[in-house]
Design a protein around this ligand. Structure first.
Ligand code: AMP
Length: 558
C-alpha cells in the first residue's frame, strides 16, 4: 500500500527540480511502482484534483475552511495569520502551522485513505453539510504530518505549485509505457482524466488505436473547442478550405451517451447532468434507434413565444437535483444536435466532419431529433445572409466548421471557428472591490484578466461593476469570498476560478495595464459556470480585436 507520505515527498522533490525532463522521470518512476488503482489516485492528486474529471462530486471546501481545520489541530497556539506573510503560498503556510503541533502517531495515511476521505466529504449534502464536511477534513488532517498536511491543503484548494500539469503527467505516462507522446496525448483526450490515463497505463490497457476499439459504456470525451473569428468573411480566409456554417445556439453544451439501456448526459466540464435534464434523457431512451452512440449538442431554454431564452434560465437547472420537476414545467428546453462521436460503439472522431454529419443526420432522422441549422456557403454573401438569419432568429451567431476536420477532443483544433455579433470575451475575475452606496456589502467592482503567453499567466485588462442584477451581485459575492486569498484596502484578491462573459465597446491601448490593452465600457453579461480558467480568452485575442477595430471590414475582406 503506497503511503500518502511518499507522494508528499515526491511533491517536495518535484518543487525543487527545475528540469522538466527530470520531473517527468520522477513522476514516471513513482507511478510505475504503484498498482493501477494507486496510480490513478496519485496522478489525479498530482494534477491537483480531488475527484475524476467527469465526476459530479465537489468537496466545496474553501481556503478559509482548510485553514480553520488545520489551525484547530494546533492546540494552544493561536492560528497566527502572520504565517501567511512568511510562507510562499497557502500550502507552505499550512505546513508551518502544522509543524507547531508535532508529528502524529498512529497508522500513516495511504493514498486510498485520502481518496476515500475526499469521496466521503464530497457526498455530504443538506443542512448540516458544512460541519460534517469540516469534520471529514479534520479526520484527514489529524492523521497527517506537516508535510502531508501541506499536500492535503494544496490538493483541496487546487494549487499544487510544483510544475506538474496534465501535460507533464501525459509525458510521464509516455515515458513509462515507452509510447510516443502524441499517442498518449490522444489516449488522454479519450480517457478525459489523468487518473484514468495512469490506471490504464499501469494495466497495459491504454486506448491507443481508438478507431478500432469498441466502446461499451458511457465515458465522457473532452468536447472539441472552437477558436474565435471576427466575422464570416474571415472564416473563408482562416479555414481556407470548404466549410459549413451552423447556427450557434446560446445554451448549454451537452454530450449525450446511449449504451444499451443506459443514457448519460455530460456537461461541457464533463460533469454528469442527466438528472438535471430528465426530459432529454427520456427522449433518448424512447426514440433513439441506434446504440453505442455519443452525440454533441446544445440544450437551449425556450420562451413562451418559442424563441431562445437567456442562458442563465437554463443554467439554473444544472447541478440541481431538487426542484427539477418544477423547473421542467416552467422552463421548456429544446435540443439541437451538431456532432456524432460514436455509433455502434465505434469512435468516429478520426472521420472528417462531413461524414460524421451525414451519419448524425441518419441517426437523428430515425429518432426524429433536431439538428442545428446548417448550410455549406458558396459565397461570402450567402455566408453573411446565413449569419444575419441566425441573429434575427435570436441566436448568438454561427460556427464555421471545415468539412475535412476531425473531432479533436479537448482541443481548439482550428477546424471550428465561432463567430458572434456581440463583442464579448470570457475573462476570469482575479480580484474585486467592496461596493459602496447601494452596493455596500457586495463585492461589486470586478478585476478581469485574460490569459497571457506563458502557462498560468493572467493579465488584467479591465474592471467593471456593470451588468449583474442585485441577486447576481449577491451570488457572485458569495462565490468570490469562497475563493478569497487576501484582502487589502477594500480589495479582495481571489483564486482565479470565476469566469465571466464580458461585453465591451472597444479595445483601447493602455499604459496602465501590463498587457498594454484595456477594455472600454466592460459589462458582465453572465457568469460562465461551464468554463474554467483554461477557457479564458488570451491577450493575443484582445490584441487581434484591437487590430481589427482599426481596420475597416471592407479592407480586411480584400
Ligand atoms: P463559446 O462558448 O463562446 O466558447 O462557444 C463554443 C460553444 O458554442 C460550444 O461549446 C457549444 O456549447 C456552443 N455551440 C452552440 N451551437 C454550436 C454548434 N452548432 N456547434 C458547436 N458548438 C455550438
Amino acid at each position: 500500500m503506497a503511503s500518502f507520505c511518499e507522494l508528499a515527498r515526491l511533491c517536495d522533490a518535484l518543487s525543487q527540480t527545475a528540469s522538466r525532463l527530470q520531473r517527468v522521470r520522477l513522476v514516471a518512476d513513482f507511478l510505475s511502482a504503484l498498482s493501477p488503482q494507486e496510480a490513478e489516485i496519485a496522478a489525479r492528486f498530482l494534477a491537483g484534483r480531488t475527484v475524476a474529471q467527469g465526476d459530479d462530486a465537489r468537496l466545496k471546501l474553501s481556503v478559509r475552511a482548510v485553514w480553520k481545520v488545520a489551525a484547530e489541530l494546533v492546540a494552544g497556539a493561536a492560528p497566527d495569520e502572520g504565517i501567511f506573510e512568511t510562507a510562499a503560498d497557502f500550502g507552505e503556510a499550512v505546513e508551518i502551522l502544522m509543524r507547531m503541533r508535532g508529528e502524529p502517531s498512529g497508522t500513516p495515511l495511504t493514498l486510498l485513505d485520502v481518496e476515500r476521505g475526499f469521496e466521503a466529504i464530497s457526498v455530504i449534502e443538506g443542512r448540516a453539510a458544512r460541519q460534517a464536511k469540516l469534520a471529514g477534513l479534520r479526520e484527514l488532517f489529524a492523521r497527517s504530518s506537516s508535510l502531508e498536511g501541506k499536500l492535503l491543503a494544496r490538493i483541496v484548494v487546487g494549487e499544487m505549485r510544483q510544475g506538474v500539469g496534465e501535460g507533464l503527467i501525459v509525458e510521464a505516462v509516455a515515458s513509462m509505457t515507452a509510447r510516443p507522446i502524441a499517442e498518449v496525448q490522444r489516449a488522454f483526450m479519450l480517457e478525459g482524466d489523468v487518473g484514468r490515463l495512469a490506471r490504464a497505463a499501469r494495466q497495459g490497457s491504454l486506448t491507443l488505436a481508438p478507431t478500432t476499439g469498441l466502446l461499451s459504456r458511457p465515458r465522457p470525451l473532452r468536447p472539441m473547442l472552437a477558436q474565435p473569428a471576427p466575422d464570416v468573411a474571415q472564416a473563408f480566409a482562416l479555414l481556407n478550405r470548404p466549410f459549413a456554417l451552423e447556427h450557434k445556439l446560446d445554451g448549454a453544451r451537452v454530450q449525450i451517451h446511449r449504451f444499451g439501456d443506459e443514457v448519460k448526459i455530460f456537461s461541457r466540464r464533463l460533469n454528469e447532468v442527466t438528472r438535471s435534464l430528465p426530459e432529454v434523457a427520456a427522449m433518448m431512451r424512447e426514440r433513439l434507434k441506434d446504440d453505442g452512440v455519443i452525440m454533441d449538442g446544445e440544450v437551449i431554454a425556450l420562451g413562451v413565444d418559442g424563441r431562445p431564452r437567456s442562458f442563465q434560465d437554463l443554467m439554473r437547472r444544472f447541478g440541481r437535483v431538487r426542484d427539477v420537476d418544477r423547473l421542467l414545467r416552467e422552463q421548456p428546453t429544446a435540443l439541437f444536435l451538431f456532432d456524432l462521436m460514436a455509433r455502434d460503439g465505434r469512435l468516429l472522431v478520426d472521420m472528417p466532419y462531413h461524414s460524421r454529419w451525414d451519419s448524425l443526420s441518419e441517426v437523428a432522422q430515425r429518432a426524429n431529433l433536431t439538428l442545428a441549422r446548417r448550410i455549406i456557403p458558396g459565397s461570402v454573401e450567402e455566408a453573411e445572409a446565413f449569419f444575419e438569419d441566425a441573429i434575427a432568429a435570436g441566436y448568438e451567431g454561427v460556427m464555421a466548421k471545415a468539412l475535412d476536420s476531425i473531432y479533436t477532443p479537448g482541443a481548439r483544433g482550428g477546424g471550428w471557428l465561432k463567430i458572434k455579433r456581440a463583442h464579448t470575451l470570457d475573462l476570469v475575475v482575479v480580484a474585486a472591490d467592496w461596493g459602496y452606496g447601494r452596493r455596500r456589502g457586495w463585492l461589486s467592482n470586478y478585476h478581469l484578466a485574460a490569459r497571457g503567453e506563458s502557462p498560468g499567466e493572467l493579465l488584467e485588462v479591465g474592471k467593471t461593476f456593470k451588468g449583474p442584477s442585485d441577486e447576481e451581485f449577491e451570488a457572485i459575492t458569495e462565490q468570490l469570498l469562497a475563493l478569497k486569498r487576501d484582502e487589502q484596502d477594500g480589495t479582495v484578491f481571489v483564486r482565479p476560478e470565476l469566469v465571466v462573459e464580458v461585453a465591451y465597446s472597444d479595445v483601447q491601448r493602455s499604459p496602465r495595464y501590463p498587457c498594454g490593452f484595456a477594455l472600454r465600457f466592460a459589462r458582465v453579461v453572465r457568469v460562465r459556470e461551464d468554463k474554467t480558467v483554461s477557457d479564458v480568452d488570451t491577450v493575443a485575442t484582445i490584441a487581434q480585436r484591437f487590430a481589427e477595430q482599426s481596420t475597416p471590414a471592407m479592407i480586411r475582406r480584400g
